[in-house]
Ligand binder design. Sequence first.
Ligand code: PSU
Ligand code: MN
Length: 323
Amino acid sequence: MPLGVVGDALGSFGQGCSPPDGPDYAHAVQHLIRLAEEVEDALAAERPVVALETTLVAHGFPAPAGIEVGLSSDAAVRDAGAIPASIGVLDGRIVIGLTREELERFTPEARKLGPRDLPVCAVQGAVGATTVGGTLTAAAAVGIRFMGTGGLGGVHRGFPSPPDVSADLGACARIAAVIVASGVKSLLDVPATMELLETLGVPVLGYRVDTLPLFYAAEGGPPVPARVETADEVASIADAHWRLGGNGILVGRPPDASLDVTDLIEEIVADAQARGVAGQAVTPYVLAALHERSGGETLRVNRDLIVANARLAAEVAVAHDRL
Ligand code: PSU
Ligand code: MN
């Protein structure tokens, strides 16, 4: 691996994009991270790159639909003029920029990796699909500052019993990046998650909306502190936030086809609790039941919003590059 190129790219990453200090990232890139050539070239040339997660690929859709969603997101990012970098752990390395063949290895058997799980999975040589938090952690190690996804993790309903708060929130607080999502996961306590995002200093922007999208439903969520109209505006806000030492920014983009499945979600969440489904298993359980009981409608909305969010993340990355 031509380390010099990566090192130089990171060293000269302009406009609020500086290499992470602290852990020895050059060593990490050599031993722990494998960058796709295309991603490495883009970073070296300071061209816009967008990180994409693999948890939704492995666990968010009935196999193999997630792989198609991943590939469509890749295509949307390219279409908007950025380089896509799907991230996951394979063969003892964190791979940044998965090929189609590599993406096909993210089956439901893959581990789900939050930030703390990345090193464990890499060392143990398992296949690992990264969550938003896991993806941001890997992206930050090579200086990628934009990601598109479906929904951010957050505070689970019924907190503090169980006391389940996604590590995505900690990652947003620690890592300087723009995350484009259709709000937070539909099965969460959305107002509580909004409160915590405020506490953690994470700006929440509504993309052409005044309320946080409720994942499947465009409307009905809590008001956002600020509304934005363009990718350029998001890029300028991100730049200002980072210059002030801020980190994550959440951009809520509503789904184009809005679906109200509030009651169905409540039923399924109660059902999951009654069956003792807990922790990391909750989301895959709820999503699968939703897909089944909505006759595939949630699946279509879910797929389309992920791809649209990837495209908007790329537009923001391109806009930031032009600042
Ligand atoms: N939203 C979805 N489906 C998902 C996820 C979010 O509709 O599968 C994933 C994302 O990868 C997110 C993760 O980062 O769930 C959060 O999981 P947890 O609550 O276990 O931290
Ligand atoms: Mn959790």
